[in-house]
Ligand binder design. Structure first.
Ligand SMILES: [Zn+2]
Length: 196
């Protein structure tokens, strides 16, 4: 007899073997491991990393002032806030849109690589890094709120018109893809015996 718990609702079942079945409490299909979890999450992380480039080098917002269109990238925005003495906003934007997304992506990439290449890193350390990434993920949407807030303030003034640039779309995709990659990743893989 083996004990199997549903990944979704944590109901415990007593089973003969590891064949998949449907949880009768929540309807979730209980599998030994999520199918192709590592490959899918790795592909999502790599896509997000590529999209991070346009998010940085293209304008985040396009500001039309008296008919003249102007765009500024995230970094230019941060520098502008710094030069106005708004250090707090500058730090919030830099942390939320550059530092946190990068830590998340590189952290996930690091864990996934340690699962592909055998390393001496302890499983407990890997799972701690993963939980840390999951915990900070909740804060990486701050930047979208900042942009939305800024747009709503500035649009009160008829002379200005702000709309999201290419970078805003790329950035939103980076955030969403990273979230799916982390959610789709089956942490139980960490505890599997390394393939020989
Ligand atoms: Zn269930």
């Amino acid at each position: 007899m083996i004990l199997i718990s549903c990944k979704n609702c944590h109901k415990i079942y007593e089973k003969e073997d590891y064949t998949s079945f449907k949880c009768d409490k929540c309807g979730h299909t209980v599998r030994r491991r999520v199918k192709n979890s590592l490959q899918t999450s790795l592909a999502l992380v790599l896509t997000a990393l590529f999209l991070f480039v346009p998010a940085m080098i293209y304008p985040m917002m396009e500001v039309t002032q008296l008919g003249v269109e102007e765009g500024s990238t995230i970094i230019e925005g941060v520098i502008a806030f710094l030069s106005h003495g708004d250090y707090f906003i500058a730090v919030v934007i830099l942390t939320a849109s550059v530092i946190i997304p990068l830590i998340k992506l590189l952290g996930l990439l690091f864990i996934f690589s340690t699962l592909i290449i055998n390393t001496r890193l302890k499983n407990k350390t890997k799972i701690r890094i993963f939980y840390f990434i999951e915990a900070i993920g909740k804060w990486s949407m701050i930047d979208i709120y900042v942009v939305a807030l800024l747009a709503s303030i500035v649009q009160l003034d008829e002379v200005f018109n702000i709309k999201g640039g290419i970078a805003a779309t790329s950035f939103a995709l980076v955030v969403v893809l990273t979230m799916i990659a982390a959610h789709r990743f089956d942490t139980r893989i960490i505890w599997d015996e390394p393939r020989k």
